[in-house]
Design a protein around this ligand. Structure first.
Ligand code: URA
Length: 250
């Protein structure tokens, strides 16, 4: 991701979590240095890679945030909702100036890994079917898993409305014929429920446990969240591959 160029006062607002009118006197009084020089020009263009000090203390600015949330049941996967609590409501007090949204949806009654970010390009890439970033779910069903379901998922299910889905992974969990593991690379509305529905099975529980090569942190607990580290972010590239400096995945 290229470093963002922005005005010094905007940078300071973001880095210090204060308003532009609070930033103004800091700059005017010469309390801000950029790469060692006092700077009194609030509209100077800076990038977050420069060394920007206030009263001699370093500042830092994160261009975007990436959060892993363990969504509880009953919470809506949206940025805002007139009636229900949303996934963004669970974290927004910690990020008052960020426009966070969920990258991909989980149904209200589903639980598990929701990624919240303010990085639109990243979210787009994460969800694009052609990028093949997988999403893995533990799914409880109301009839025992059959080989016909497994073969059907792998071949690509055609939904009741005629939608032809990409091949998906379906595995049993040893010792429990009602518990399955599903891997998808696309996100159609109610997809897993509708896929099992084609085989006459109902979904009784649905939990997303991984996105790409990144597992949901099992220590978070329902409603718990934390930022995703830069190393973990790399696991969210297509097939968990690393990216070389020329931008080509390898
Ligand atoms: N498929 C569903 O049916 N529901 C979800 O929440 C996710 C995938």
């Amino acid at each position: 991701m290229a470093a963002e160029i922005m005005r010094l006062d905007k940078y300071l607002c973001e880095a210090l979590g204060i308003t532009r009118s609070e930033v103004k006197p800091l700059v005017a009084k010469g309390r801000v240095t950029v790469d060692g020089q006092i700077c009194k020009k609030a509209d100077l263009k800076v990038n977050p890679a420069q060394v920007i000090l206030v009263d001699g203390k370093p500042t830092s600015y994160q261009q975007n945030v990436y959060i892993m949330l363990d969504k509880p049941q009953g919470i809506v996967s949206a940025a805002t909702d007139a009636r229900d609590t949303t996934v963004v409501d669970l974290v927004k007090d910690a990020y008052p100036r960020r426009q966070l949204f969920p990258a991909g949806r989980l149904d209200k009654d589903s639980t598990g890994f929701v990624l919240l970010t303010d990085d639109g390009n990243f979210a787009h890439d994460l969800l694009a079917p052609r990028r093949h970033v997988s999403k893995t779910y533990l799914v409880g069903i109301d009839t025992p898993l059959t080989q016909r379901m497994i073969d059907g998922f792998v071949a690509g299910v055609t939904l009741a409305d005629g939608t032809e889905l990409a091949p998906a992974g379906l595995q049993g969990i040893p010792g429990d014929p009602y518990m399955t593991r599903v891997e998808l690379t696309q996100g159609v509305y109610h997809q897993i429920k509708r896929m099992f529905g084609v085989f006459g099975a109902g979904v009784v529980s649905l939990r997303r446990v991984a996105m790409g090569g990144l597992m949901l942190d099992s220590t978070l607990g329902a409603g718990g969240w934390r930022e995703i580290t830069p190393e973990e972010l790399r696991l969210l590239r297509p097939n968990g591959k690393s990216e070389s400096t020329d931008g080509q995945t390898k």
